[in-house]
Design a protein around this ligand. Structure first.
Ligand code: NAP
Ligand code: F7E
Length: 337
């Protein structure tokens, strides 16, 4: 029997990899795209023939309900969000509306349509909910969100738990640590550095300006993480799981790795806003610090403990940080060529 999956946020990075994964498994995949965002579907170009795309905003509960009633999915993956942490300080109300209330609208639509017993629900929760809780962070760590993004996601996280406990909905939170790929949005630091490195290599740019170089993140590859999302919905019992690599790197180290792929070895000089990453061979400044990229509050160190996902789901990441970095820089270079 063909299963139907409904994906919100299908035009995003994870939407792309999850669609490809589910199509490969023989699913019928229905995706929601925002009403004014049709250009974004170009991103899905290699898959669009096989996808059923519906126009719907997570802020529009009526349309969500109608789409759900029509599609009657077996599995729902709620990936749609305003996902940029820094931007959430500029648009906190919109972030709450999409990330927190958008999730609630979906859950209420499921309840109103009496689909509780027939559907399984995945919620894109996030390591950002840990905030400044000391690493390693696991499912039992303290939540201490430090941005409107994280607060909205934590609200959605608890709402999902509540629908699971109150109504018996098969609903799981995937507490995912950072995962990247060539499909990553350009506002995120990995893609910004990958594209900057490719532009420097092509002689089109000379310097990359960044914010906090000390921040440490547990960076994996999105292709691995969407497998974990699916695995959560195949369990008899719904639960919450951390997905992470168990290794963290600083933004500074990310820059060093990415520059290595164009044969540049970086040395660091100065401190704070005056820090510079310099090409050890030529003396040219390749990285500087611009305070406009600092956040009003920062999450300094995220490092996940994914033992529960390994033991229960049999999930473990296969793509290394170095291979992910290589793929991103190679793809950025090929887009320029
Ligand atoms: P992304 O690339 O930013 O994709 C977000 C998606 O949400 C896009 O398709 C976007 O549509 C859609 N969206 C935004 N506002 C919407 C609205 N009002 N109504 C309907 N759709 C809307 O994010 P991602 O990296 O794929 O991440 C997927 C999910 O996982 C997000 O919820 C994110 O917060 C969460 N997450 C990501 C990571 C990570 O490291 N990538 C880690 C933990 C959790 P447009 O394309 O039209 O803007
Ligand atoms: O920042 C620092 C920045 O924007 C990573 C989202 O998918 O993962 C992502 O959130 C770090 C931060 O990702 C720049 O301050 C320095 O410490 O790539 P990012 P994020 O904030 O970790 C989590 C798990 C999610 O859930 C989110 O949806 O890098 N940083 N300089 C910079 N960051 C950016 N964006 N730009 C800079 O110039």
């Amino acid at each position: 029997m063909t299963k139907t999956a409904l994906i919100t946020g299908i035009t995003g990075q994870d939407g792309y990899y999850l669609s490809a994964f589910l199509l490969e498994k023989g699913y019928r995949v229905v995706g929601l795209v925002q009403p004014l965002a049709h250009d974004d579907t170009q991103f899905l170009a290699p898959l669009t023939d096989q996808l059923d795309l519906r126009v719907c905003d997570l802020c529009d509960g009526g349309t969500l309900t109608r789409v759900l009633a029509d599609v009657r999915p077996d599995e729902i993956y709620n990936l749609g969000a305003q996902s940029h942490v820094g931007h959430s300080f500029d648009v906190p109300e919109m972030t709450m509306n999409v990330n927190a209330l958008g999730t609630l609208r979906l859950l209420e639509a499921i309840r109103a349509l009496k689909m509780i017993e027939h559907v399984r629900f995945y919620q894109a929760s996030t390591s950002e909910i840990f905030g400044d809780t000391l690493p390693p962070q696991s499912e039992t760590s303290h939540f201490n969100p430090r941005s409107p993004y994280a607060i909205a996601k934590l609200s959605a996280h608890f709402m999902v738990k509540n629908y699971r406990k109150a109504y018996g909905l098969h609903a799981s939170n995937g507490i995912l640590f950072n995962h990247e790929s060539p499909k990553r949005g350009e506002g995120f630091v990995t893609q910004k550095v990958a594209r900057g490195v490719a532009a420097i290599d092509a002689g089109q740019q000379s310097i990359i300006s960044l914010g906090n170089l000390n921040a440490e993140r547990d960076w994996g590859h999105a292709r691995d993480y969407v497998e974990g999302m699916w695995a959560m919905l195949q369990q008899d019992k719904a639960d919450d799981y951390v997905l992470a690599t168990g290794q963290s790197q600083s933004v500074r180290r990310l820059c060093e790795e990415m520059f290595k792929y164009i044969g540049v070895s970086l040395v660091w000089q100065g401190q704070g806003e005056n820090e510079r990453g310099i090409d050890a061979n030529t003396g040219e400044v390749r990285i500087d610090v611009d305070p406009q990229f600092f956040r009003p509050l920062e999450v300094e160190n995220l490092l996940g403990d994914a033992r529960k996902a390994r033991d229960v789901l049999g999930w473990h990441p296969k793509i290394s940080f170095e291979d992910m970095v290589c793929e991103m820089v190679e793809e950025a270079k090929s887009c320029i060529a």
